[in-house]
Design a binder for this molecule. Sequence first.
Ligand code: 26Q
Length: 816
Amino acid sequence: MFEFDKDKFRSRFEDVVTTLYRIRPEDATDEQKYYALSAVVQHYITRKWLETHERFQEEDSRKLYYLSMEFLEGRALGNNLINICQDKRVREFLDEMGISLNTLEDQERDPALGNGGLGRLAACFLDSLATLSYPAYGCGIRYKYGLFRQKIVDGFQVELPDNWLKNGYPFEIRRTEYTCEVKFGGYVETNWDGERNHFVLKNYDSVQAVPYDIPIVGYGNDFVNTLRVWDAEPYESLDLDEFQKGNYNGAREKVNFVNSITDVLYPNDSNRFGKELRLRQQYFFVSASVQTAIKKYMQHHDDIRGIRDKIVFHMNDTHPVLAIPELMRILLDEYGLDWAEAWSLTTSCCAFTNHTIMSEALEKWPRDIMEEMLPRIWQIISEIDRRSKVAIKERYGEDQGKMYGMAVIWDDSVRMANLAITGSYSVNGVAAIHTEILKKEVFRDFYEMTPEKFSNKTNGVTQRRFLLSANPLLAEWITDRIGSGWITDLTQLAGLKHLADDENALKELAAIKKKNKERLAEYIYKNNGILVNTDSIFDVQVKRLHEYKRQLMNILHIMHLYNRLKDEPNLDIVPHTFIFGAKAAPAYSRAKLTIKLINAVADVVNNDAAIAEKLKIVFIEDYCVSNAELIFPAAEISEQISAASKEASGTSNMKFMMNGALTLGTMDGANVEIVEEVGRENAFIFGMSAEEVISHEKAMDYSPGDIIRQDPSIRRMLLQLVNGFYSGDKPELFRDIYQSLVPVNDQDGADRFFILKDFSDYIRAHEEADRRYRNASDWNRASLLNIAGSGRFSSDRTIEDYVRDIWHLKKLNTRQ
Ligand code: 26Q
């Protein structure tokens, strides 16, 4: 096992500081030291990276290309040090030099090239693939601006640009030698050569795709995979003709247009509006990735038909689904295969994961946009559509229902999910219940026609980041008890179960939780100026803001609790700190208003001296991977309260569990499997089942009218949304939220997410949690059982499931 040598490390580190900044090491700023340390780490990693790829070559490995518009990596320095098993040593060396590793790590800008769950899942998958020694590339976009930084100003969300590349990113390598061309626009010329048609794109606009490679370091195995992110660059940085005519703006026009492709990540985590630029982004990175994969393959093989054994393209939701027609284009137009052969190869190489059941979130692109931007791709999609319609008709005759369910093109729009399923050999959901809903509802017709394509792959998260690195105290405690095997085999945590009745062990566990709560309390004090009571229960909901996730139900419950406390000042409740973290899509006004409501309630409650000891509400600004790493270890209640059937899986639920929080949630997504592992008695489950929700949706028979009429405390709480109780001189501020809950008449389709329907049971679940918390040893026991039961939710397990059933990769032989 490699180890940094103390003297060499020190002299290298100091050398790099001086070389990079022309400065004496003792005069360097923390940021300069961060860059220098990163360079030292990168130096070591790059050697291993090169070796890993030489071995791919030697073994002619089958490779996975994980295509994703998002990779929410989080900080790299600390993670890389942990994965090369040098964090303790380097921490010591730096300590001796009077430098704090934590301070240097805090200099790193969080690369936020993702919105939420889907992007973070991609990052966890890369970590696990590398740790398990599977040859894989992540393929994505190098957005110049990642997900916006969130500021809270007067309780409202304000978005600031995330210029993460401003001072350079120390772990990327620009690979100009792999630059390739991506073509947009133009028209297709068809030439008959006496035997077959040739399709040639004419008069197109060219964009250069330049890759940047980021190393993905496996844990303790000297194995390094690649995350390849593409930047769009113009061929000419200036249009000289226009320039010479004196048209200086015109001279830059094309350049600006090209640059705009990789400018910014769309801050949307559902398909609320399909903007043209977003389609351009999709084709841009998919075309570059697929072209490069094929080119690389052909460098070492002579028959294109061999790709079926050597390449798998995995599509992370529908965003990269143009990989299907792009691969077809390459096989047909560049390799001259006939349709049948090209289609057979394509459908042997492409696999697809769906991450949502909400039909309004399924991507569709209008024909005119597609046809104008990607004329050849449009032709190919039309042909895929035509042939699939023929096949559907052959099987089902004139059944229009089947046609509607499975058509790729409908109403002059391309339905990306249907294209994905038609062109893939594998389709999976991300939690058992989600996959069942896909099979029974959303993709019922496809499932009936090709059941063998469908499978479930329950999500997982990497314990290296979310336990080992985020919660060093707990990690060490676990290792002391059961050894360090859990770091690469999380099921070993089950070995903690026998401690459930060991009072000593439970006390130690509680002491660790307390320390982690103090660490978070410091962060909160620094960032929010709020002093929280670390003896109160930390009840946390952190995730994107979405109506279906029901942050509104959470804050309504707090409003309700506050009313009770005002009525009965001596009410004996467990002191609570309610913690929220959430970004709202900038155009999603109801979501943004919910953030304002949370902050408005916080303002009133936190400033009410009479209940200061009992209730605090904290909204953590700019929820992101790095503050998540402080939040999970400190949490005691994990709020997973989506309307059942709506959350495909959820992954924060797993991160909380692993850190000893108890789930308070609905039977939705992976919560169902969490409850399977820990038992219903070690979670607080409430609310309607997915079947009930779906049946109310179908029958359209739910109206909250009766609930409102019958419960004065609910009426009071709702009224406070529109009487200025929380909005002073702007009583109408929260009208839209009120309206979303209270129908104008009973037929009105209000409260789409059944908040009031589940409300009383939600209150009950909270009461049960409070009762439980009063008995510390009982609580700690449940907490321990959650940790011990989280083994199934490692992304290592998820990856092994994908490898076994879908990807069929082989572990690279490790040389040691
Ligand atoms: C699509 C088109 C246009 C603009 C934006 C989008 C878009 C972007 C991101 C649509 C969806 C997303 C992200 C979805 C997402 O994060 N889904 C979550 O995936 C997790 C990993 O599987 C699950 O755990 C969550 O349940 C699911 O909500």
